[in-house]
Design a binder for this molecule. Structure first.
Ligand SMILES: NC(=O)c1ccc[n+]([C@@H]2O[C@H](COP(=O)([O-])OP(=O)(O)OC[C@H]3O[C@@H](n4cnc5c(N)ncnc54)[C@H](O)[C@@H]3O)[C@@H](O)[C@H]2O)c1
Length: 339
């Protein structure tokens, strides 16, 4: 089988997870890495045996690059995705799809227009065994109807973390804990709960007031069309990165996810359904989730077999919409009803 030529744009913190996953994929050949920090691009290129670029548009001109991975700050996802799709490249972009509603619209328009290429959004936690098991229960109806859910993200991000060219500002990060860290948990909640009827939420900057423009803490109440109700709390103002907790109460049992562990509680009985994988070879921090390599392989398998990838723009924008609606609800001080 012909190997797909690949480029990774952005050689910062998350890029190593993509690069290591790619190096283990026989379907692909890494041909270029890009970073405006030329020394970093060169160092990464020599480590992975490919060419270094400072301008991603040069890579988009190469006929031997079929797929680009976008691993830059949030405000660059939309313009880079649109340019890459227009240049005939498949795109796998890190979450979120974009930093604002307008940018997200531009990406969705490009996705609809350039039908010969695929767009994938990284939501690796959907591939975690615990999340997949929860989804199976939600779909099978084995535990009856979903009654309510609870999502908790209690993490720590220091002022130093925000010493970045894009983090901590509305224009470039597009928000704080919601759009960057907790979007994964919101994505799982909307994936399990289905269509949303309304959301009311509020955001605040509790610990890093004066340091960042964006919120470090948020809460929300989400009502689903199926009748289930959810509460959600996220903060970067805790002092540890605790495992994310997600609880889904069904008529006949409760699923409780804590990090990579999943328990089924029925009456007095508790069964452990999933436990953490022993090794994380990609070097991903455990609180990021460990399923990047699984999603990346799945994306390439879909592309190479000409099958539509399932976490595309339309799917990836759902969590972003929820994030944006919590911001709007907070700004307006009222519930947002979905049409
Ligand atoms: N899925 C996850 O769990 C997860 C975890 C961490 C980060 N991320 C996402 O990955 C993305 C990158 O995050 P990060 O922490 O690696 O950021 P980072 O700031 O460490 O890295 C971004 C890199 O992009 C480079 N860059 C900036 N402008 C560029 C341009 N025009 N062309 C090429 N390179 C450019 C910067 O020089 C930097 O090296 C973000 O979208 C973030 O939300 C996802």
């Amino acid at each position: 089988m012909k190997r797909m030529g690949t480029a990774v744009i952005g050689c910062g913190a998350i890029s190593g997870v993509h690069l290591k996953a790619l190096s283990q994929l026989p379907l692909t050949e890494l041909r270029a890495v890009v970073d405006i920090n030329e020394a970093l691009a060169r160092k990464t290129a020599s480590q992975y045996g490919c060419e270094a670029y400072a301008d991603y548009r040069e890579v988009l001109k190469r006929d031997d690059i079929d797929v680009v991975h976008i691993c830059t700050g949030h405000h660059l996802h939309a313009p880079m995705t649109v340019d890459a799709l227009a240049a005939g490249k498949h795109v796998l972009t890190e979450k979120p799809l974009a930093e604002s509603r307008d940018s997200a619209r531009a990406v969705l328009e490009a996705e609809a227009r350039y039908t010969g290429v695929q767009l994938g959004i990284v939501f690796q936690n959907r591939y975690n065994p615990a999340s997949r098991t929860m989804k199976r229960y939600a779909e099978s109806g084995e535990l009856g109807k979903l009654v309510c859910m609870k999502g908790l993200v209690t993490w720590y991000r220091s002022a130093d973390y925000y010493n970045s060219e894009w983090k901590g500002r509305w224009a470039t990060e597009g928000g704080g804990v919601l759009i960057n860290q907790a979007i994964h948990t919101l994505d799982l909640m909307q994936w399990l709960g289905g269509e949303i009827a309304s959301v009311k939420g509020s955001v605040t900057t509790d610990s890093l007031e004066g340091v960042i423009e964006v919120e470090d803490t948020a809460h929300a109440r989400i009502v689903f069309r199926c009748g289930a109700k959810a509460i959600f709390y996220a903060t970067n103002a805790y002092l540890r990165n605790s495992p994310v907790e997600l609880e889904a109460i069904f008529e006949k049992g409760t699923l409780h996810m804590k990090g990579d562990r999943l328990y089924l509680i029925q009456g007095d009985e508790t069964a452990e359904l999933c436990r953490p994988e022993a090794v994380n070879e990609l070097g991903a921090k455990s609180y990021w989730g460990v399923s990047h390599a699984v999603q990346i392989r799945d994306f390439y398998e879909h592309v190479s077999e000409g099958r539509k990838f399932w976490i595309d723009g339309k799917e990836g924008v759902k969590a972003l919409r929820l994030v944006q609606d919590i911001y709007e609800s907070s700004r307006l001080g009222k519930r947002i009803d979905y049409p």
